[in-house]
Design a protein around this ligand. Structure first.
Ligand code: RUQ
Ligand code: CUA
Ligand code: CA
Length: 630
């Protein structure tokens, strides 16, 4: 072994344990540590050799994977099983290549929140009809700035962003599965002060955590308006919906309303809070709500004792919440407890009728290993739970776990597989739908440590691909990724049907088309400059390798809007428009119209050019903005 390799090994395997990333009370247990080996044994290398992830050059993948880009603020599209990155979709970030955050079209979608330059994506989820992916939208949260975004999957662009009022940090996000995705359910994680006069968090009551609350949010998936909010006790972490359309369950790790780490771990149990969507809708309908501050969103009281919620005690500080694809169970992942709690959904109506006690809905609590965070399913009755501290995935059988809970001598554990290292989410193909097909499992390992060539103190994460089609899980691929895919979702390739060329009537740029109409400009034919006071609108076409205008003249201080319409019809001939020294760049794909506004604040010649390689004469696809001295 080379010295370099040894050095890396040492850094990874020894130093990591001592220099753990998490310090303080939880440090010793929650960070570092390696898996204790698999139950079935067998070398990983031998298994990797058996796996079949090869997608030959020119061949297409069987699955689309949509990856959260974590605190990069974007969403990434991967092909699975090749794990090739196909596209990045900017959402909450600024993107230099497409002009997201720079163009007028994207800034309209970002709205007031365009002032934020960052985002923190966690949970991408695809809209559903009758419990199957319908390929229409993908929704994702921004924990950092309390937003929810929608991506249109036909064009793979973000088309709506909503800031959720009167809460902080949208974390858990899931969709209604049946009859279709009418609601996006979004958990706000951090409690903040509420006041009797309906004003939230205005500087009063900061010393009184008792008066802090957070809310569960229902967002209309079509209008992207917040339909209602529900005040809860404690806090809210992850969430999932059932297959009847009535119930949604969320984990709470801070029932204590602790303001410090130690405080949040004080109680032996926290809870899963179950929301009755029909009861929430009925309360709104009946006017049993208030509003908060300037917001008009109906706010229903869902604190303990309310008819719209039930609180089910589970071991302390649970994390992931996952619905089994047969529609039978909500599974809460223990995190600080080595267990998962299996909640049977068929008893929830009785719980809401007060015919049974909350704990009567728990039908199993299998012990799986240290640090269970998230569970996913193969559609054959097995669950796969990530064990953060053990650095493993545990495969277990749900019905056997229920039998064991009832006192039968049965081993519900099927296999434990080492992963590298410290897994957070895992996701099996189609697992969030009734079509779970048990082929591939992606495990999002939070630490890569020694798995890749070192790239400085900041390491990539390691998204591992596991073949779960057989009896035994087989690790088949290591995939380095950047900051930080919290979660991903896999859909069959035939479930997603993106367009290859824009249609001219696409609503994505409809406002820009309307502006041109007002200026008497036909975007498909006209190349012209319209002056309106000190506002100048420059309309031009593009056909490889030429802009319709190779020069235009404005005056120093003018506010210039450049509108480019790409007349190319050929798939993949995207152009760009970059104005040098003005911070201006944008993508204009075939048949698209894009626009950008900036101030021509310096006299002189300013060249603009196409930044997407479109033609042999792409370098020559340029023009000049002549700015006359004021
Ligand atoms: S959470 S690692 Cu942001 Cu989905 Cu569990
Ligand atoms: Cu057009 Cu490069
Ligand atoms: Ca707690």
């Amino acid at each position: 072994m080379s010295d370099k390799k040894k050095e890396i090994e040492n850094l990874g395997r020894r130093h990591f344990l001592r220099n753990s990333a998490v310090t303080g009370v939880a440090g010793a247990g929650l960070a570092g540590g390696f898996g204790a080996g698999t139950l079935l044994g067998g070398s990983e290398k031998a298994r990797a050799a058996e796996g079949s992830i090869e997608v030959a050059p020119g061949e297409l993948d069987e699955y689309y994977g949509f990856w959260s880009g974590g605190h990069s603020g974007e969403v990434r599209v991967l092909g699975v099983p090749s794990m090739r990155e196909l596209m990045r979709i900017p959402v909450f970030n600024i993107d230099s290549a497409t002009g997201w955050g720079i163009t007028n079209e994207s800034r309209r979608i970002l709205g007031d929140s365009a002032r934020f330059l960052n985002g923190d994506c966690h949970h991408p989820h695809i809209s559903m009809t009758d419990g199957s992916y319908d390929g229409k939208y993908l929704f994702i949260n921004d924990k950092a700035n309390t937003r929810v975004a929608r991506i249109r999957l036909d064009i793979m662009k973000t088309d709506r962003i909503t800031t959720i009022p009167n809460v902080q940090a949208i974390h858990g996000l899931r969709l209604q599965k049946v009859p279709h995705t009418q609601y996006v359910f979004a958990n706000a994680e951090f409690p903040i002060p509420h006041h009797d006069d309906g004003v939230v968090n205005d500087g009063r009551g900061m010393e009184n955590p008792e008066g802090y609350y957070t809310m569960f949010n229902g967002i209309d998936a079509e209008s992207m308006e917040v339909a209602w909010q529900v005040i809860v006790d404690g806090n809210l972490d992850n969430t999932d919906a059932d297959y009847t359309g009535r119930f949604v369950a969320s984990t709470c790790y801070n029932s204590e309303k602790g303001m410090t780490l130690a405080d949040t771990m004080r109680a032996e149990r926290d809870w899963v809070v179950v929301f009755d969507v029909e009861a929430i809708e009925a309360a709104v309908e009946a006017g049993e709500f208030k509003t908060l501050g300037d917001s008009e969103v109906p706010v229903v009281d869902g604190r303990q004792g309310s008819k719209v919620t039930r609180y089910i005690p589970v071991p302390k500080n649970p994390h992931g919440l996952n619905t089994s694809p047969d529609g039978k169970y909500f599974i809460a992942n223990g995190k600080l407890s080595p267990t998962c709690s299996i909640i049977t959904i068929d008893k929830l109506p009785a719980l809401f009728d007060d015919a049974i006690e909350p704990r009567d809905t728990v039908v199993g609590e299998p012990e799986l290993g240290l640090g269970p965070l998230h569970t996913t399913f193969d559609g054959r009755g097995n669950a796969y739970t990530t064990l953060f501290i053990d650095s493993q995935v545990a495969k277990w059988n749900i019905e056997d776990a229920i039998r064991a809970y009832n006192g039968e001598e049965v081993n519900y554990l099927r296999q434990k597989l080492d992963v590298h290292y410290q897994p957070g989410h895992n996701h099996a193909s189609l697992t969030e739908t009734k079509d779970a097909d048990g082929k591939w499992l992606v495990v999002l390992s939070k630490f890569a440590k020694d798995r890749f060539l070192p790239v400085g103190p900041l390491h990539p994460e390691n998204d591992q691909l596991i073949d779960i089609s057989g009896e035994e899980m087989k690790l088949v691929h290591d995939g380095p990724t950047y900051a930080e895919p919290h979660d991903c979702i896999l859909a069959r390739a035939d479930q997603i049907n993106p367009k290859k060329v824009w249609t001219r009537d696409d609503p994505f740029f409809a406002e820009t088309v309307a502006m041109a109409e007002q200026d008497g400009v036909t975007l498909e034919t006209d190349n012209k400059v319209v002056r309106d006071g000190n506002k100048v609108r420059v309309y031009m076409t593009s056909v490889a390798p030429q802009f319709g205008l190779t020069e235009f003249t404005v005056k120093q201080g003018d506010e210039v809007t450049v509108v480019v319409t790409n007349l190319d019809q050929v798939e993949d001939v995207s152009h760009g428009f970059t104005m040098t020294n003005h911070g201006v760049a944008m993508e204009i794909s075939p048949q698209q119209t894009a626009s950008v506004t900036f101030t021509a604040d310096r006299p002189g010649v300013h060249w603009y050019y196409c930044q997407w390689f479109c033609h042999a004469m792409h370098m020559e696809m340029t023009g000049r903005m002549l700015v006359e001295k004021a």
